[in-house]
Design a protein around this ligand. Sequence first.
Ligand SMILES: *Cc1c(COP(=O)(O)O)cnc(C)c1O
Length: 354
Amino acid sequence: MVGALDISITKSETSKLGTLDLANIPFGKYFTDHMLVADYENGEWKNVEIKPYQPITISPANAAMHYGQSIFEGIKAYRHENGEAYIFRPFDNFNRFNKSADRMQMPAVPEEIFIEGMRKLIELDKEWIPAKKDHSLYIRPFMFANDDVIGVKPSDKYKFMIILCPTGPYYAVPMKIYVEEHFVRAVPGGVGFAKAAGNYGSSMYPTNEAKKKGYDQVLWTDAVEHKYLQEFGMMNGFVIIGNTAITPNLDEGTILAGVTRDTVITILKDLGLTVEERPISIHEVVEAYQNGTLKEVFGTGTAATISMIKELCYKDNVMTFDTDSWTISPEVKKRLTDIREGRAADTHEWLYKV
Ligand SMILES: *Cc1c(COP(=O)(O)O)cnc(C)c1O
């Protein structure tokens, strides 16, 4: 019997792989040979297809472009020395994707499409992941409204897709951060916890203002008092004071529940640190800096894993850090990278075999 969610596969006749130097590839610019597409119509998912990577046709009245029902995910896969490929914690992204979908009044994507479709797609383009240190495959699942009607209402039709891009060694340069006290990213009751495209669009103006002041990113603070830390740009934030790592708690719905965040919490605990998920104010950070107990400040996310922060500017306080002397965040990054790339045992069962 042929099920509705059977995935049809059309292989590309040629591969672009030979034309690229994977060791020197810019992030997000080159895509693998295949992509996954599925349509949602009349209340059900259909036309699940893996086919050659190619442009798609969109109506000028496409509802996502006008009213913003558009969400995405970011995941990575790694190839181990034995040639096998593994996806890092895809079920966490799958669950988060459907939470984002729910908040944006979009349909849930079934596991057979999100996980099994991703697995099949990667299996097909496995050669695109070099079994080399610091190389991986970035996986971008996304869904957007696909009605061709101008009118503010949830769309009846949606498209779900997955595209893949190879990523080479990524050196995360320590960042300079400006503590933002005017613009906000997320408010309680808003969409901060969802990986909604619009969250990125709205962050660009404030980020550019910070860039004009000489900073790489903003530190978002709460919308009411501009006092409590939210995120560093589009990364979750950690502050290490003494032997305690502190990261903002998720309860208010203003923080994106990062998979890297959760992973780093586990590794920090493995390293013997105390981890606290709670509100942390910028005043507590400044005070710890002044009394010498502030050890490390960093952001976490799938793309860069860990980004150390070398400067934090809050009003007239410019806090600078000698990131070369840090020991905790480099150790966390090393442990995580070793697990992902197969050099250390996957004791927390984070890897999903392709
Ligand atoms: C994607 C994202 C993160 C990081 O999440 P990961 O699952 O660790 O990649 C953090 N903050 C925001 C706003 C994000 O969109």
